[in-house]
Design a protein around this ligand. Structure first.
Ligand code: SER
Length: 595
């Protein structure tokens, strides 16, 4: 069974169980300050898991593109990926443990669906911790369905709990489903969840019962929900009797393209194989980021910085395979061809994918050339050191001035029998990165949407600003992106000149007037066509379900949006634009606060 068939079967199965199929969302989440990318299928559903009504109903299913960059440097082993697809089904206050587990079991084992033999499956359940009880209920359901007791294992919070890492959001115990590769157990404690390579997690049913609030307290949710996530790449791996995601048809054509570019045959050398895997994964991830309707381009901040790191790492590993020319685009073409069926945005944005990859690759190759040249210039002096140690400060200078990566400095140094004082480099690097680091560590945790009170106010302010901009600048001033933290909002919109002081003052005055009027915010569910014809603003590049929520702020603004919003504008505070600047060609960016 290939990925396309699995995707189709999953959706078909859950539709047959009364679920509505919803659209997967962008890889770049709006209004979520805690993550750079959509990290799980449930991510776009956070507001609904916390109690918002979903226009498509209480049972939902979809496939979602995801990126996890927690530790990019760790990718390259046989199973880790930065980009992956997740299949999911959700219950918003409908079925709970019993329904979720029964459906998971049926889909996995029924010959009509995946037909995995029961004796290849094992599960883990939550063992209880901090006053939250042991999940005996889930264990009993698995046992009743036929999973032998010795393959139902209780595990602690760090394994069987899903939810925000250090931030707020919906969470709860989970039960995870594993495939047994049939290897000998690694010891007496080896069982589902063991990381020795015998077991591979393929699916996770999360029982969302709590909201972790800003004080770190677990408040029971009024409406219990289910969030599940099945990894497409891993499931295709086990269904085809493979050991690694890189051996599946998902990666075969991509690896083929890398072989063609390098002349290297996959499987001949373990270090080089790792480079092939890194290139394959990262080109796939980069193509999806650039092919997203809300694409970012390579830069030194946020998601753009992750993209830059991915591309540059591909180039570095290309060199390890002996590739010294441009090679990324033909591999990206293969990714586009392969994935454009379920993700038509790749075809729509083909030009951007190719142009930006090409540009960044060229730029980095120049950086490398220059860095190498500078290193050569330093060499005679370096070789005078009897201990053959290169100072970390010098290595940092190469990085800081020429963008030359430390790994390459280390490689060049090693070629001349030298080592680099790495701690010294790291220290200098850390200082330099302090600001952007503080930001990215936060977001790398893969936390969930901050639905705090301030964030909700900023969300409503976003709608007011959007409308005010259109009134002052014209209808072309449409939203292109937004980002909210508890401290400020950022808003990107189409406009190709700086705003004048007067325009900024007028926009502020309009927004503040709406706040003072204490307008009610109301929500209606309607189909997308009626929403558009009723004059509601819909976002550029966003895919919508057939049924959508439309938020109105008095008679002032009307937008298609998932929420949440304040109930009345009165308590929002004073709106102030702190900065208005260019974001990219034809796009301006406003930073504003509610004081
Ligand atoms: N949120 C859970 C996960 O990512 C299930 O979807 O594993």
């Amino acid at each position: 069974m290939n990925a396309n068939e699995l995707r189709t079967k999953y959706i078909e199965f859950f539709k047959s169980k009364g679920h509505a199929q919803i659209q997967g969302k962008s890889l770049l989440p709006d209004n979520d300050p805690t993550v750079l990318f959509t990290t799980a299928g449930m991510h776009p559903l956070v507001p609904y898991l916390l109690g918002e009504e979903h226009p498509a109903g209480k049972r939902l299913t979809d496939y979602q593109k995801c990126i996890r960059t927690g530790d990019i440097e760790a990718v390259g082993d046989p199973s880790h990926l930065t980009f992956f697809e997740m299949l999911g089904n959700w219950s918003l206050g409908d079925y709970f443990k019993e329904g979720a587990i029964e459906m998971s079991f049926e889909f996995l084992t029924s010959p009509q669906w995946l037909g995995i033999p029961i004796d290849k499956l094992g599960v883990t359940v939550f063992q209880g911790e901090d006053g939250i009880p042991k999940d005996e209920e889930s264990a009993a359901i698995w046992k009743r369905l036929g999973i032998p007791e010795e393959r139902i294992v209780y595990r602690p919070r760090e394994d069987n709990w899903w939810g925000p890492a250090g931030t707020t959001g919906p969470c709860g115990p989970d039960t995870e489903m594993f495939y047994d590769f049939g290897k000998e157990p690694c010891g007496p404690d080896c069982g589902p969840g063991c990381s020795c390579g015998k077991w591979l997690e393929i699916w996770n049913d999360v029982f969302m019962q709590y909201n972790k609030n800003a004080e770190g307290v677990y408040e029971p949710l009024a409406r219990k929900c289910v969030d599940t996530g099945m990894g497409i790449e891993r499931t295709v791996t086990v269904l085809n009797g493979k050991k690694s995601v890189y051996e599946t048809e998902i990666f075969a054509p991509i690896i083929n393209a890398v072989e063609k570019a390098s002349g290297y045959t996959y499987g001949s050398d373990s270090e080089k194989d790792k480079s092939v895997r890194i290139i394959s994964d990262h080109v796939r991830a980069s193509s999806f980021i650039l092919g997203d309707p809300k694409a970012v381009t390579p830069s030194n901040v946020g998601a753009g910085y992750v993209l830059r790191r991915l591309i540059r790492r591909v180039v570095r590993h290309g060199r390890k395979l002996g590739i010294n020319e441009m090679f990324l685009c033909p591999i990206a073409e293969v990714v586009i061809e392969q994935m454009k069926g379920p993700y038509p945005e790749l075809e729509e944005n083909r030009d951007r994918i190719i142009t930006e990859l090409d540009k960044e690759e060229k730029k980095f190759l120049e950086t490398l050339k220059q860095g190498e040249h500078e290193f050569e210039k330093l060499l005679p002096n370096l070789l005078k050191d009897p201990k053959k140690i290169m100072s970390g400060r010098l290595a940092f200078k190469l990085y800081d001035t020429y963008g030359f990566p430390i790994e390459l400095t280390e490689e060049l140094a090693a070629e001349h029998g030298m080592t680099v004082r790495r701690e010294e480099f790291d220290e200098a690097f850390k200082k330099h990165q302090e600001l952007s680091r503080a930001g990215s560590e936060q977001v790398f945790k893969g936390g969930l949407g901050d639905q705090g009170e301030m964030a909700v106010k900023y969300h409503t302010a976003t709608h007011l600003l959007h409308k005010a901009l259109k009134m002052i600048l014209g209808d072309h001033a449409a939203q292109r992106g937004s980002n909210i933290t508890a401290e400020r909002m950022r808003f990107d919109f189409s406009h190709d000149a700086p705003m004048t002081k007067e325009q900024i003052a007028e926009v502020e005055a309009i927004v503040n007037a709406q706040i003072q009027k204490d307008l009610p915010v109301t929500m209606e569910i309607m189909d997308i066509e009626s929403a558009k014809s009723s004059g509601a603003t819909a976002l550029f590049g966003e895919k919508y379900e057939s049924q959508v929520k439309v938020y109105s702020i008095g008679d002032f603004s009307k937008e298609v949006c998932g929420g949440p919003h304040v109930e009345k504008t009165g308590g929002m505070g004073h709106f102030k634009i702190q900065k208005e600047q260019s974001s990219s060609a034809g796009v301006r960016r406003i930073r504003a606060v509610l004081e």
